[in-house]
Design a protein around this ligand. Sequence first.
Ligand code: CDP
Length: 212
Amino acid sequence: MIIAIDGPAASGKGTIAKQVASVYGLHHLDTGLIYRAVAKAVLDAGYPPDDVGHAIEAAIALDPTKFDETALKAQPITEAASVVAAIPEVRQALMNYQRSFATQPPGAVLDGRDIGTVIAPGADVKLFVIASPEVRAARRTRELRARGEMVDEPEVLADLLRRDERDSRRTAAPLKPAPDAHLLDTTHLGIDAAFRAAVDIIEAVRTGRKRG
Ligand code: CDP
């Protein structure tokens, strides 16, 4: 079973993906970490994230089994990740790893921007998780402050909107729901309610398939 969970920044897709993977006994991949790792490698080597040649080199050399999640979630890496993610050759270099991950038994949950559209278009269930920009900014601000980063909520909101715009406008695998994705709006849902809503959709799709 493959479950694709896409959506804009801080929509809650990562938390849902982790919990869904755990209850269904599936592998989980946060694909944002891959783009973050490429961005960090480029920055650490002293190049700007829009240095196409070095970004492609970093993507090809990436070892996705060795991620320092805490370092990759830092705010400066976030913006750079969305810049390297717009480079088609970077996405191409990272595709095989994601596809092999998705198809390993007994199945996997992948969260990102293009899982339902590009990486796993044949996924059994596709969710597209959204929430209002204000709620997303409040959640991300809380998350970053809990990790000790001094951030300002209006700035976090501006960063989210800029990144959503870049992710949606790029020509390579833009952020958009697959035609057969189920929309899940978490604006008014806490973590538990969002998880239950996701499971309801997954179960409805699965039982619908069995009957059909
Ligand atoms: O956690 P958040 O939603 O803020 O970000 P993320 O999922 O870690 O993704 C960081 C950046 O990586 C995004 O802004 C996208 O530009 C890029 N990304 C992508 O292009 N495709 C994916 N499948 C996952 C992330």
